[in-house]
Design a protein around this ligand. Structure first.
Ligand code: UD1
Length: 355
């Protein structure tokens, strides 16, 4: 790949012109790459836009192996509007799925300005270009982090949002607000705000999955790396919470189920004249950190060395989704269990260790 700021890496003009073209910013990332597969499985033409700041070429290789060809791809930073404009001009997309953002909670507290600049600027560039090129459908990658620690569980989309506990969380709240205001001002713009709970797992082929740079922040990559011998032990961040086993509770969702929700959201947006709706995407149930570790050990018959450590700053005690809105409006539901997610995560980790 050359070092030009904008480069079309490859294209597939053989694909039927009548199919709907979807620009997938951050399409080489964890959730983005799985969504690219789901889009193709449902007759869409995905065009990946990624700056590779937090994605890996190995994911592209895996995508190519799964699909049998390499999807269209542009190396581009979405905060560079002039460059992104060239992609819009070249592709004339029908819709956008906007994943491209920084996502590490801890890092965001150390580098807030970088997070605000990247996450908010990239959305503004995408929105301005959508307006300029008359693209009316946007699926936005949001997070359950917008709720903070909710007072009632499961958390519903209408729950009052607490102040964000991190700059990362605040960027998601602000971006949702920007999209709400933008659709109010311009009702032809239609948006689905997808609030992810905790995406885990990998494609069942084991060819693509989560590839954190450096020491993972998130639980499941930390477990798989510990099981693979890359990390010495997993530290459980606190076992003195007011939960049945004392460890935090989250709603873990298989990344392929999550990817499928993006296709459902696009289908739903197609039926709307105007829309800006938020959807919780989770299993609708919580599992504790200990349950996740125990399930991993059981289904993969692989030991994981564990130590109890202090609480992690900024962690909410427990949160899980009321996902009934996504079920009724998007006709979406999860199909894969925690056990399946952890089997797939381990398959991916083993494949990485071999590769
Ligand atoms: C958080 C955000 C989520 C965001 C994600 C991105 C909230 C509620 N959730 O997820 O929106 O998309 O970060 O990174 O703000 N744990 C350990 N040991 C470890 C790692 C994690 O015990 O080594 C525990 C954590 O304390 C937590 C659970 O595992 O209780 C899940 O942690 P993690 O995978 O980091 O996700 P969240 O913090 O829930």
């Amino acid at each position: 790949m050359t070092k030009k700021p904008w480069v079309k890496v490859r294209a597939h003009s053989f694909i039927l012109r009548s199919m709907k073209k979807v620009l997938v910013t951050g399409g080489a990332g964890y959730i983005g790459s799985h969504t690219v597969i789901e889009l193709l499985n449902h007759g869409y033409i995905p065009v990946i836009v990624d700056d590779f700041s937090n994605s890996d070429k190995r994911v592209l290789k895996g995508l190519e192996e799964i699909l049998g060809f390499a999807p269209s791809l542009y190396r581009c930073d979405c905060t560079d509007k002039a460059v992104l404009k060239k992609v819009f001009e070249a592709e004339m997309p029908d819709a956008v799925i906007h994943f491209a953002a920084f996502k590490a909670v801890g890092e965001s507290t150390e580098q807030p300005v970088r997070y605000y600049r990247n996450n908010i600027d990239s959305l503004l560039c995408v929105l301005e270009l959508m307006q300029e090129f008359n693209v009316c459908e946007l699926v936005f990658s949001s997070s359950c982090t917008v709720y903070g620690q909710p007072e009632t569980l499961p958390v519903h989309e209408k729950c009052e949002q607490k102040p964000a506990t991190s700059p990362y969380g605040y960027t998601k709240q602000v971006c949702e607000r920007i999209l709400t205001d933008a659709t109010t001002a311009n009702p032809t713009l239609r948006c689905a705000l997808l609030r992810y709970f905790n995406p885990i797992g990998a494609h069942p082929s084991g060819l693509i999955g989560e590839l954190p740079y450096g020491v993972p922040n998130n639980l499941v990559p930390y477990i798989t790396q510990t099981a693979a011998g890359i990390r010495e032990k997993l530290i459980i961040h606190g076992n003195d919470y007011a939960t049945p086993d004392g460890t935090c509770i989250r709603d873990y969702i298989h990344v392929c189920d999550l990817a499928n929700a993006h296709v459902k959201a696009l289908e739903w947006l197609d039926t709307k004249v105007s829309a800006c709706e938020a959807f919780n995407l989770g299993q609708g149930m919580g599992n504790s950190v200990k349950e996740v570790v125990d399930t991993f050990v059981r289904v993969n018959a692989t030991p994981v060395k564990v130590e109890i450590g202090p609480r992690r700053a900024g962690d909410v005690e427990q949160v899980w989704a009321d996902a009934s809105k996504a079920s009724s409006l998007l006709q979406w539901k999860t199909e894969r269990s925690l056990a399946e997610s952890l089997k797939d995560a381990w398959k991916w980790q083993k494949q990485l260790s071999i590769g």
